[in-house]
Write a protein that binds this ligand. Structure first.
Ligand SMILES: *[C@@H]1O[C@H](CO)[C@@H](O)[C@H](O)[C@H]1NC(C)=O
Ligand SMILES: *[C@@H]1O[C@H](CO)[C@@H](O)[C@H](O)[C@H]1NC(C)=O
Ligand SMILES: CC(=O)N[C@H]1CO[C@H](CO)[C@@H](O)[C@@H]1O
Length: 243
């Protein structure tokens, strides 16, 4: 009996440690778990929960930080355990989306935990390209069953002179549409910088499994920013309108 209870206690303690390993914050009515990890994907990178915070105006900050004591960069990632499904996902982003350092990536996405399936991503990223007019945004949809279809993977130049942009995807059972707008827009028909809708040929491959929501700010292959500068993205708001 004693052995069993000690084993059980150790097990529960271990489980408790695993489950509480990541701190969480509450923001806009959802609980978000924040990475505080060394050397894990994407990248791999080092992640600090100090790089994610909510300010007094209820805006979410994501920071890419440099520490001279560890001589290294840390990134920001947070996610819900709540699973989201069909509907419209809209982010109000402050940050110069066409002036990112070539190695920096901002991801806004829905991810079930397995790579290459059931994932919808918006990425502000140049993927290392240094030309000033390089494509700066990616739009990806991975199919509902591994390799049932090629994923949708678009890399586009979406110029914006401002620092406020609205990023949206609408996910239904047979398509995903992406939209980028200049300024903070509540209505989908103004200031359109880019829009795209998955083709009918992809309809049967569109994900249907609800999945947690993620946001991250990270470094491609863990490479330092070429400009050597820390940077911050501020998400003023996020809205999910269930279909
Ligand atoms: C950005 O500014 C340039 C120069 O003023 C202008 O030609 C271009 O249309 C602007 N682009 C957007 C997306 O506002
Ligand atoms: C993460 O931290 C470890 C230990 O300090 C370091 O060896 C590694 O280079 C860091 N990774 C990145 C991508 O900076
Ligand atoms: C045969 C085939 O299409 N393979 C693909 C399966 O999916 C992975 C990830 O998207 C691709 O890298 C393979 O080319």
């Amino acid at each position: 009996m004693l052995t069993i209870s000690i084993t059980t206690a150790v097990f529960l303690l271990a489980l408790g440690c695993v489950m509480s390993a990541r701190p969480s914050i509450d923001w806009i009515g959802y609980q978000w778990f924040v990475y505080n990890d060394q050397n894990i994907a994407p990248g791999p990178n080092n992640w600090s929960s100090n790089n994610v915070w909510v300010d007094q105006d209820n805006r979410l900050h994501l920071k890419l930080s440099y520490s001279s004591t560890t001589n290294g960069w840390t990134c920001a990632e947070l996610y819900t355990r709540k699973k989201f499904s069909f509907g419209t996902y809209r982010w109000f982003v402050e940050g110069a989306i066409d002036k990112f350092d070539p190695n920096v990536i901002l991801g806004l996405f829905n991810y079930g935990g397995a790579d290459y399936i059931n994932e919808i991503d918006i990425e502000v990223a140049k993927w290392g390209a240094t030309k000033p007019n390089a494509a700066n945004m990616g739009f990806t949809v991975y199919p509902n069953v591994f390799n049932i279809s090629k994923p949708i993977q678009l890399v586009k130049r979406v110029p914006s002179n401002g620092t406020y942009t609205t990023h949206q995807f609408t996910w239904t059972s047979d398509k995903v549409s992406f939209l980028v707008q200049d300024g903070f827009m509540e209505s989908p028909d103004q200031n359109i910088l880019y829009s795209y809708q998955t083709p009918n040929t992809f309809a049967s491959a569109v994900p249907y499994t609800s999945a947690p929501l993620y946001m991250n700010l990270w470094l491609m292959e863990g490479r330092a920013p070429i400009n050597g500068k820390e940077m911050e993205i501020i998400i003023h708001d996020f809205k999910y309108i269930k279909a």
